[in-house]
Design a protein around this ligand. Structure first.
Ligand code: UDP
Ligand code: MG
Length: 320
């Protein structure tokens, strides 16, 4: 199979038939051997009926998975990725905001230009300001932290070499950080393509303003896991040592000063009356706590079943 299109869908019954018609006409013209996997994320409208009809209308092309309840876009993508059989995998939203006209060029970029993944960039975007402004901020922070030069991390329209989607694991709400997950898995050839974006015609958006906060917390998790997931002590221990010695040196300096004053018969305010003393104490306590957190984290990672899972690209001359 040459192409898999994965579509996470939550209450998008009106859009799905139009979307499928559009995809079929574009991909049909290209003559690609393809499948469309629609993952119904526990919709409460008539989506599943619509999907059943689509499977009948496009036999062998449309495939459907329905969750028992709503798990979120990441879960839907994850299951779609597991089922995908194509050499190129493309994801797009079900709401007709992403254009199937982009498919041929995306396929070409993955196939011929050998990109691991190509992310869409909704350069001209048809969404309310309450969405576009936080999105700009989100993207620049993510660019800075991840070091990946993309303009639109959260674009639903993306293309992958199948190896990428079989390697990474999208969970929680990590669909916003797939490029980062890919990079951490060693897929460095990440490209970008400006894509057409349309206004939502049917249904309502499934994400509100709270996505900014969740997104930021997830960014911290992803970058922490990527850097220190397998060696947490290097972060906690490093910070802990730094704080502890900062506190210790401050306390020693204060103690020394006090002794020197006492020795010379001078008067000095009691140490317990100075803020400096408490700061030194707090630093030492926090430093110790961080260190202990580091040891606990090491115990946890030592027991993680994937502690020795490495992503092997190829092997040669090894007999099994
Ligand atoms: N979606 C999903 N599960 C959810 C929320 C959204 O599968 O819990 C799908 C939704 O049906 C759509 C895509 O994810 O196909 C993007 O959602 P939406 O269009 O609401 O996001 P926006 O375009 O507003 O960022
Ligand atoms: Mg949308």
């Amino acid at each position: 199979m040459e192409l898999s299109v994965v579509i996470p869908s939550y209450n998008e019954e009106e859009s799905l038939p139009h979307l499928l018609e559009w995809i079929a006409s574009v991909v049909g013209k290209e003559g690609l051997e393809y499948e469309v996997i629609i993952v119904d994320d526990g919709s409460s409208d008539g989506s599943w009926n619509v999907i059943q009809n689509l499977v009948a209308t496009y036999p062998g092309v449309v495939k459907g998975v329905k969750f028992r309840r709503n798990y979120g876009k990441s879960a839907a993508l994850n299951v779609g990725f597991q089922r995908a059989k194509g050499d190129v995998v493309i994801t797009m939203d079900a709401d007709l905001q992403d254009s199937p006209d982009e498919i041929p060029e995306l396929v070409r970029m993955i196939r011929d230009e050998k990109y691991d993944m190509v992310s869409g960039w909704k350069k001209v975007r048809h969404d309310p300001l309450s969405k576009t402004i936080p999105s700009k901020l989100f993207n620049s922070v993510t660019r800075y932290i991840s070091g990946i030069k993309l303009h639109d991390f959260n674009c639903g329209l993306k293309a992958y070499n199948v190896e990428v989607v079989k390697t990474i694991e999208v969970y929680g709400e990590m669909h916003r950080y797939i490029p980062l997950l890919a990079k951490e898995a060693g897929f460095y050839r990440i490209g970008e393509k400006v894509v057409t974006h349309y206004e939502r015609k049917y249904g309502v958006s499934k994400f509100g303003i709270e996505r900014t906060i969740k997104g930021f917390l997830d960014l911290l998790s992803v970058s922490f896991m990527g850097k220190f997931g397998k060696r947490p002590m290097h972060l906690f221990g490093g910070l802990g040592t730094l704080m502890f010695f900062f506190g210790l040196l401050s306390a020693m300096w204060l103690g020394g000063k006090k002794l020197w004053y006492v020795y010379n018969g001078l008067t000095m305010t009691m140490l317990t009356n100075t803020p400096h003393f408490y700061l030194a104490l707090t630093c030492m306590i926090l430093g110790t706590q961080l260190f202990l957190a580091g040891f606990l984290a090491e115990l946890v990672t030592r027991n993680a079943p994937d502690r020795n899972n490495y992503l092997i690209k190829s092997e040669i001359g090894i007999e099994s």
